[in-house]
Design a protein around this ligand. Structure first.
Ligand SMILES: Cc1cc2nc3c(=O)[nH]c(=O)nc-3n(C[C@H](O)[C@H](O)[C@H](O)COP(=O)(O)OP(=O)(O)OC[C@H]3O[C@@H](n4cnc5c(N)ncnc54)[C@H](O)[C@@H]3O)c2cc1C
Length: 320
């Protein structure tokens, strides 16, 4: 059945759910569509048996008041906690029981439809029409808020006058290793090594409530580009070999090793404005990539989109 609603949000990551939670507070009832089976987008947690791996964002650190306020609220819901291993001065926060848990309170009471992948969105007869890969009509709405990564948004909105600007934002790929060992490797909880194959190696199991030797390591964009066509298993083995070198040439027994390929992980050169707006068409395009490469930028972009939507509502009421 085709979904018909006033306001559709594409993407149930931190940007989309920031907008959705805000609209819900204002008494709107947006519908959120996401291709994944879970919530959170790049605030991601992979569960494998007893193990959990945060294979996307590693931790959140507020630089400004908006993310700080959100984290304070999420602490009350027991959805975030401090990760003491990041001991470089300022507190670092992680989701509970994994990073994806951080967005759950934002999604409370929101109509999220999971497993819905949109291939194109077109404005026809004063409504947004969203289609799947087979050209089937999935949803119709008056207002559309896209919060998906820039390259995906450019594809979905191909033909719209904003699509060239959206397509100008490049997002780096990132192979991420997820490994579990029977003992602790000879590495600190966190190793940062910029300009190497693995700029980030972390003992994910040192996050509160984990207590296992689970490790996450993220490859550089350069290495990932060269290795983009590897299978998951080959990427995992290649990154384990790099991790072994970093651990002095030996690792404990590997109980599990897999890799996840983020085609669009972070935008090194963001758009430079909080969101893009086509007021006449009822379109707002938002996402972390508008302002930066961190989760905080998702919140800032989501808040900016929300302010624009409130303007839409005021203008519409005045026109009636
Ligand atoms: C490897 C990695 C490490 C990172 N490390 C950190 C870190 O340590 N600290 C930090 O602050 N940030 C980090 N980030 C960035 C952080 O994860 C993002 O800034 C933030 O999660 C972006 O949220 P978003 O809602 O804008 O986008 P997303 O989280 O990408 O949400 C977009 C959603 O849209 C959905 N979607 C996409 N296309 C479609 C479609 N066609 N149809 C339907 N649904 C679709 C996706 O499934 C996804 O759920 C990292 C990211 C990665 C990948």
């Amino acid at each position: 059945m085709v979904i018909e609603t006033q306001t559709l949000i594409l993407g149930a990551g931190l940007t989309g759910l920031t907008v959705a939670a805000g609209l819900n507070r204002l008494g709107e009832a947006p519908v959120v569509l996401d291709k994944s089976r879970g919530l959170g987008g790049r605030l991601a947690t992979r569960r494998v048996g007893e193990w959990r791996f945060d294979h996307g964002a590693q931790y959140l650190r507020p630089r400004g008041p908006q993310l700080a306020a959100l984290l304070d609220a999420l602490k009350v819901s027991s959805a975030v906690t401090d990760w003491a291993a990041v001991d470089d001065g300022a507190p670092a926060y992680v989701g509970l029981p994994g990073m994806s848990g951080l967005v759950k309170p934002l999604a409370e009471g929101v109509d999220v439809r999971k497993g819905v992948r949109i291939s194109s969105a077109r404005r026809e007869q004063e409504r947004w029409h969203l289609y799947d890969a087979d050209g089937g009509l999935v949803a119709k709405s008056r207002v559309l808020i896209s919060t998906i990564p820039a390259p995906q948004a450019a594809q979905v909105l191909a033909g719209h006058p904003l699509s060239d600007r959206i397509a100008s934002v490049v997002m780096d790929p990132c192979w991420t290793l997820m490994a579990a060992f029977d003992e602790r490797p000879d590495l600190p909880d966190i190793s940062r090594a910029p300009d190497t194959v693995l700029p980030w190696i972390a003992r994910d199991g040192s996050k509160p409530g984990r207590g296992t030797e689970t490790w996450v390591a993220q490859a550089s964009a350069e290495w990932t580009r060269d290795a983009i066509d590897l299978s998951r298993q080959d990427a995992a083995q290649a990154l384990l070999a790099v991790m072994r070198d970093r651990a002095g040439g030996a690792l404990p027994n590997v109980l599990h090793a897999d890799a996840h390929r983020w085609l669009y992980s972070q935008a090194p050169k963001p758009l430079g404005q909080p969101c893009l707006v086509d007021r006449d068409a009822g379109l707002v395009v938002a996402g972390d990539w508008c302002l930066g490469a961190r989760a905080e930028h998702a919140v800032l972009s989501g808040d900016a989109a929300l302010a624009v939507l409130q303007d839409f509502a005021v203008a519409e009421a005045a026109a009636r």
